[in-house]
Design a protein around this ligand. Structure first.
Ligand SMILES: Nc1ncnc2c1ncn2[C@@H]1O[C@H](COP(=O)(O)OP(=O)(O)OP(=O)(O)O)[C@@H](O)[C@H]1O
Ligand SMILES: [Mg+2]
Length: 469
């Protein structure tokens, strides 16, 4: 592990003074520290921060530190955990060690003793990870449609898929760009009883309204110039199966009204025709926009929103499920360099674990594919990663206080903004290139630029107008 990569420490204790003390010690050692006051809060922090070290109190409000240890080890087998105990709980501390705790320390402790403990743990992490990632690639067992991930978040999604696959219930799949919305839509269709029926995908953001209407609902011969013969639309093509309305938030209002009518009446009337055809389709829509806000602001029809959103499947961002990063990396290695013995160095894996991934799984996939092309076909090292990802581990030690969730979302938004700015700089203001580096579509990039008030000057320089967050 290169020295530039920071050790991440998570401190779990319901007592604020203890947390602050441990974090101060950690920060003085150059570690990036975060805190949690309960086991529940700790689990979500673990998913977000992928810590190397955890220091937890034995007695937490609802769950014990031992239970937390079990959960943390399941998420990140390499994490090292030390237990802090009060008087008379040595026995449980010994139990914890049997379950894989690194050590325990009795409260109150001397600062120097804690410093030494943390340093010993960090050294162990360094040795273990160095060997671990050099080991043979794990055999990532692909399931049918390759939805990879063992995190609790993604397991929830998989459970939803199996519950929905044999129903005709309309589903709204939400999530940031590149989180796997289309993958999930396809899984709902192809894993179920309707797998043999048509699956038709429509990109609602891609066509002008007039073309969109004839594309979706078909047209009659002579309906417009160039309509030499009548043509059935996508809804008819999907009859009996599933229609996937991708980027539904981009659908112009005028088309929203037409779509709503089709869904209510279960029939389509091709452009220029007096005749309707009945259609029976299950609708899966996807959006990376917050449709609830959109309908409140009047850019999305409320009635259509409720019609589509009978069930929502929300896809977590990759930074909310960092424990899936190693297995996804191996999945993409197997896909893009099958049969090779290519592996990822510990330092590179660490950078991948720490990066913010604004473009989510798609960005990770592009990153692995790029590294395979650039690399020497033996190992993927930090130097094979895009500069933005490489840089992530290097900054000054930062300390996250988890006093309120709004704080962490703000921090994430800020990090995303910084990442975009950084990538823009590297891409010399070339939007297409920046989009590719971030692994997000142009439309998404424009939305993000707007959201973060980043103005691109004609000379290619990017300027943050003001931080919104
Ligand atoms: N859990 C996952 N396991 C394996 N591959 C995944 C997973 N999630 C996403 N991918 C891969 O990431 C890429 C992006 O996924 P997908 O196109 O489904 O995302 P999306 O949410 O529809 O993105 P966008 O909003 O940009 O259209 C695809 O190549 C997909 O195979
Ligand atoms: Mg998509």
């Amino acid at each position: 592990m290169s020295d530039s990569i920071k050790v991440r420490l998570l401190v779990v204790d319901d007592e604020q003074s203890i947390r602050k003390l441990c974090m101060t010690i950690g920060t003085s050692l150059g570690y990036t520290c975060s805190e949690a006051e309960s086991a529940e809060a700790a689990v979500s922090r673990i998913e977000q921060d992928a810590p190397d070290l955890i220091l937890t109190d034995l007695k937490l409000p609802t769950q014990s530190g031992v239970e937390l240890l079990r959960q943390a080890k399941a998420l990140f087998p390499h994490v090292e955990i030390a237990i802090m105990t009060g008087h008379g709980s040595i026995e449980s501390a010994v139990d914890a060690m049997k379950l894989g705790a690194y050590d325990y320390i009795e409260k109150p402790f001397r600062v120097e003793k804690m410093r030494l403990l943390l340093q010993r743990m960090a050294e162990k992490v360094r040795l273990v990870t160095e060997n671990e990632f050099l080991r043979e690639r794990v055999n990532t067992e692909d399931n049918l449609d390759g939805i990879i991930g063992a995190s609790a978040n993604i397991q929830d999604v998989l459970r939803m898929i199996s519950r929905l696959k044999d129903t005709r219930t309309p589903v709204l799949v939400s999530g940031e760009s590149g989180t796997g919305k289309e993958l999930v839509a396809r899984a709902i269709h192809f894993r179920g009883a309707m797998a043999q029926t048509p699956f038709v995908a429509v990109d609602c953001g891609s066509l002008v309204p007039t073309l969109m209407e004839s594309e979706m609902f078909g047209y009659e011969k002579g309906a417009f110039t160039g309509a030499m013969k009548s043509k059935a639309g996508l809804f008819q093509a999907a009859n009996g199966g599933t229609i996937f309305l991708d980027e539904i938030g981009e659908l112009p209002l005028e088309m929203q009204a037409k779509l709503l009518r089709v869904l209510q009446e279960r029939e389509v009337r091709p452009v220029g025709s007096n005749e309707s055809h009945s259609v029976d389709v299950r609708v899966i829509a996807a959006t990376n926009r917050d449709l609830e806000t959109a309908y409140r602001e009047g850019t999305f029809r409320k009635d259509l929103y409720f019609r589509l959103n009978v069930v929502t499947v929300h896809l977590p961002s990759l930074r909310e499920r960092r424990s899936d990063i190693p297995v996804l990396v191996h999945h993409f290695l197997n896909r893009y360099a099958p049969g090779t013995n290519l592996h990822v160095t510990p330092a590179a894996m660490k950078s991948l674990l720490q990066y913010e991934w604004p473009g989510n799984v798609r960005e990770l996939e592009n990153c692995v594919a790029r590294a395979i092309t650039l690399g020497d076909r033996q190992v993927i090292d930090v130097s094979d990663l895009p500069p933005a990802i490489r840089a992530e581990g290097g900054g000054a030690p930062q300390t996250t206080f988890s006093d309120g969730s709004s704080l962490s979302t703000t921090a994430l938004a800020e990090m995303e903004r910084m990442t975009i700015l950084k990538v823009f700089e590297q891409a010399n203001g070339d939007k297409a290139l920046a989009g590719r580096m971030l692994g997000i579509s142009r439309a998404t990039l424009y939305r993000k630029l707007k959201r973060y008030n980043i103005a691109i000057r004609s000379n290619g320089e990017s300027t943050p107008v003001a931080s919104q967050t």
